[in-house]
Write a protein of this length. Structure first.
Length: 93
């Protein structure tokens, strides 16, 4: 089940696929929170087995090879922790 961040700013549609214990995933969530960019996220490892199968199909369709985090900003897919690319796609300074 996707969870929403508490950021209040209205911006691009951002979806994160993460692991609850992954340090890079935690940094990714922190990046969006610190920049006040609202996002939804799903911790793959906390999902039920049935949801994990569904999520894996989504991730494969997005081009993921099994690594986390996977960030989707509007239609753009960014694999891994890459704050510079997040900024470029979101047109942040």
């Amino acid at each position: 089940m996707a969870k929403k961040s508490t950021a209040a700013t209205k911006m691009a549609n951002v979806k994160l696929y993460t692991l609850s214990t992954c340090p890079w995933c935690m940094k990714t969530k922190k990046f969006f929170k610190e920049n006040k960019i609202p996002f939804e996220y799903t911790d793959y490892d906390l999902a039920s087995e049935a949801n994990q199968k569904k999520l894996m199909k989504e991730l494969t369709a997005l081009g993921s090879t099994g690594g986390f985090p996977v960030v989707v900003i509007e239609q753009q897919v960014i694999l891994g922790y890459n704050p510079d690319k997040y900024k470029r796609v979101l047109k942040l300074k």
